[in-house]
Design a protein around this ligand. Sequence first.
Ligand SMILES: C[S@@+](CC[C@H](N)C(=O)[O-])C[C@H]1O[C@@H](n2cnc3c(N)ncnc32)[C@H](O)[C@@H]1O
Length: 275
Amino acid sequence: MGIGVDASIQDTAYLAAACRAAETAKTNPRIRDEYAALFVDEDGAAGARQRVLAAGGDEVVARTVLIDELLAAEIATGGPRLVVNLGAGFCARPYRLDLRGCALVAEFDAAAVLDVKERVLAPHRSSCPVRRTPVDVRDRERLADGLAATVREAGAASTVVISEGLTPYLSGPDLAALAATLAGVLGDAVWLTDVVSPSSAQAMATLAQQAGAPVRLYGVASLESFEDSGWSCVDYRILDVPRRSAVPAGAGRPIGSAGSSRQVVDGVLALRHRR
Ligand SMILES: C[S@@+](CC[C@H](N)C(=O)[O-])C[C@H]1O[C@@H](n2cnc3c(N)ncnc32)[C@H](O)[C@@H]1O
């Protein structure tokens, strides 16, 4: 499959790192990511990204906080020892969190993103082994091969998948295909992912356009893209998105153990798949 991640989409890895660096520099940060600033230093367009950051930085930090919480809860069960991070960008979880209980964190993203990450983090020690695989997650065959290799390497019976800030770059069919690939290769797994509604995706695309960083974004209209391949929603936390009027109050709180497949609000989901 001759596809590749657009350079403008790869650049969003710098944006997410810039959001976490800005949060870390605050007096009472919600997360501490000392590694994020290393990637801001690498970013030739750091100044230009400040405008985008001002428009959406808080949401990026909020989703990181929620995924950290949900990941910690999964790890605490003593179950999953393989963590798969899709569209991992400059996420430094194996460095900033204690993941000694994990056999492996397997990160997937575009080659150029992973090359920068490898170089920048080389002097630093992760709390568990990390394997980085360049892949466009829309390439089902290569992704399935990469996942199967990580499962073999980790020797893990169950897996936590993270996709943070990835789904807005996947069309409905691509997201459904990804869900099917993960289900097929991983069997027993929990998938922690943020999702945005179609109206939020539209609002974000407009902001990005105004900030001079045009990018095509997709919202998730229903959870059927996940449910059709056997994933069921076991937790759903609302994201605080003050710039989008259609989102109900109650940020960060669960909205139930089984999200409706007819209504998607911006949030972080925990989905479970059983073999
Ligand atoms: C907004 S960034 C988020 C990065 C990271 N998850 C974080 O939270 O810091 C989106 C990331 O997804 C990656 N990405 C987008 N589409 C992708 C695809 N089809 N295959 C692999 N990676 C993709 C980009 O390269 C980028 O690193």
